[in-house]
Design a protein around this ligand. Sequence first.
Ligand SMILES: *Cc1c(COP(=O)(O)O)cnc(C)c1O
Length: 462
Amino acid sequence: MAVWTKPDQAAPDLTVVPRFTRAGMVDVPRDRLPANPMLPQTAYQVVLDEVMLDGNARFNLATFVTTWMDDEADRLYAATVDKNMVDKDEYPQTAEIESRCVRMLADLWHAPDAAVSVGTSTTGSSEGCMLAGMALKRRWQQARRAAGASTDRPNIVMGGNVQVVWEKFANYWEVEPRYVPLEGDVLHLTEEHLLDYVDENTIGVVAVLGSTMDGSYEPVEAICRVLDEHEAATGVAVPVHVDAASGGFIAPFVQPDLVWDFQLPRVVSIQSSGHKFGLVYPGVGWVLWRDTEHLPEDLVFHVNYLGGDMPTFALNFSRPGAQVVLQYYQFLRLGFEGYREVQQACQDVARHLGDALRRMPEYEVITDGSELPVVTFRVADHVTLFDVFDMSRKLRERGWLVPAYTMPPNREDLAVLRLVVRNGFSHDMAELFLRDLATATEWMDDLSAPMPSEEQPSGFHH
Ligand SMILES: *Cc1c(COP(=O)(O)O)cnc(C)c1O
């Protein structure tokens, strides 16, 4: 609650009051709408000062999400923040730009016919996953009903390492989640035990291109192969959705020979986060289906109250259009070669970090940035004085935000630190980080050094 002191005083002249005096206000409103307005300059300062405590996004090595864009992008953002993506009839050019982005991604991900591909922008990968999952469920229901079979018990199969969005999908849309557990050093879904979890009630398999846990790629091609064999043997066709939240904007540029996308006929849909390695500020994502057949028409709503006939397949109605404009800006600004250079630079920095960590005896590298530009490492067994959680806290003193966490079930014994290298995390910053990590490690080691008195041979004192 705002506390106003000196209520009996004459109201100050707000046009001349120095900003930080806040005209007698000692506490900002926190629980109830303030009764009166304040100067915009004052409100601006109050809010800006408060969010300063969040720390610097550029030192945030925890997030996959974009924290830096060109000045021109910032200006374009400011010029388009008022666009509502749903007003397609009112803002036809923004709608057209969205379609162009979908076609460019369909081409990048090798859709059989990019000109008639179907897809949409979303608020992020999570919404894309929900839409793709709903399409899988609806197609499975339609096929089951057509065959006179029960639709009571749908399930979805995925690795124990999936991002939380897939747990949400299963929960919200009442689909049984079947997690294939991690095994040994393999920290993601593989083709190996997959078929033990698949049956005629499986609406689809989720393959992750770029595991959130360690940045590793799941073998999409091998996963599709065993499902091809399964279909040949049993007649049960199980489709694959690729969760390429991060990898959708890395693999085409950095691992162009990797086969993971619509080149595989079993891959029916792909989603990716424009606001991760798509290099746009939060929140934009993309979801595409290989063709109209895989997006059931009865999920698409047609509304006319904004004028025209507008098909929508989305969870939200209104949402920001500026991020879609920014995605198109990045496509024009960078082109294929520019994206390749940016992502390759991220990978070079990640691999450099991985190499440097290998030379530090306190750490063991789990993933070294050769798939996603993500490095995960653990504290070596012989180190007993600190763990990854201590190091994560220690690094915060210098402003670095590096998350520490344990792996999913079956490998909960493994606790790691994770570094995500994004556009804007330069070689220079990596050097600064490594220097701070070395200093912090030394400090942790020293904490346990024996106290001077204990170092003396016994009997020396007194
Ligand atoms: C980040 C991520 C998501 C969720 O994406 P948002 O864009 O943050 O909604 C889903 N899957 C994977 C693999 C991710 O890395």
